[in-house]
Design a protein around this ligand. Sequence first.
Ligand SMILES: NC(=O)C1=CN([C@@H]2O[C@H](COP(=O)(O)OP(=O)(O)OC[C@H]3O[C@@H](n4cnc5c(N)ncnc54)[C@H](O)[C@@H]3O)[C@@H](O)[C@H]2O)[C@H](O)CC1
Ligand SMILES: [K+]
Length: 312
Amino acid sequence: MKLSQLTLYSGRLLFSSLHTGGRRCVASVRSQSRFAKDKMASAKSSILPISYLSQVEAQNVDIDLMNEFGYEMSQLMELAGLSCAVAVTQQYPRDNLTNKGKVLVCCGPGNNGGDGLVCARHLKLFGYSPCIYYPKRTDKPLYNGLVKQCTSFGVSFTTDLTQYSDYDLIIDAVFGFSFKPPTRELFIPVMDMLRETKVPVVSIDVPSGVDVDNGDAEGLQPDMLISLTAPKFCSKLLTKTHHYLGGRFLPQPLIDKYKLTLPEYPGTSLCVNYPLLDKLGRLPNYQVFLLQQYSLLTKEWEIPRGFHQLSN
Ligand SMILES: NC(=O)C1=CN([C@@H]2O[C@H](COP(=O)(O)OP(=O)(O)OC[C@H]3O[C@@H](n4cnc5c(N)ncnc54)[C@H](O)[C@@H]3O)[C@@H](O)[C@H]2O)[C@H](O)CC1
Ligand SMILES: [K+]
């Protein structure tokens, strides 16, 4: 079911979230924000809750895509990794970055790591300078091919995690929806680095190292998360994370089978910027603040991309 067909979330609720977020703004912004609030209250728009998947459901969706809908893993991975690269370009345009797009891509042994390899290749094609950290290479034709492709495109590999502050961004493609805690020893240095670094971290599908179903309040809190097909339950704890949805390859019968409520991808876009709501179903404050700034800048209320206007 598409979000734009639903009216689950009232304008009044959205208005009260906005008010809460407004308390953090400076005085001048506060007075102007009345304009945004009024516009927001009058615009019959809503940000609707998106469906979440459990670990088992995410794995079953993967199996169904291949067994019932004729996909091969390499196809899904290519689309997933490409959507991640596109989302990164939207959130962090290369020309805004200090080192013009120096990106460390940390890849794990499974398909999440494969998404990272694909993402690195596309980032290179988009003019970024990715470098891959891949501590446990999986010796299978799919992964060997992805490594070869990266090498052919001039993407470099590193075993050094100490120089991470030289990068503009770090992509976390270490573990995805099949991760089972606790983290095994080989991956502890990369997990420590991801948690400690001040460089923005972009997690692919799930923040690595957290329990996929229960999350971990003490675990990795990436600056950006790109959920593939649908967010996993652990992402409910990420209230300060820029959230994108990617992996535009779910056929409608599969969406119906899992009763998924997902935002529409705009036009030909491979990803959609869509906020995660907190446990009470409210927008996290920082998203509200961004919406206010957006309204102040444009001086009129428009629905940003990925947000849907309801007819009444
Ligand atoms: N349908 C989709 O949404 C698609 C998503 N894709 C991506 O695939 C991953 C899931 O891939 P999978 O191989 O099943 O799992 P992981 O990448 O999480 O890695 C499994 C890998 O990790 C090892 N491992 C598990 N737990 C631990 C641990 N505690 N310590 C160390 N190592 C661990 C395990 O042994 C395996 O080797 C999904 O998240 C998406 O990113 C597809 O690319 C496309 C379809
Ligand atoms: K990850």
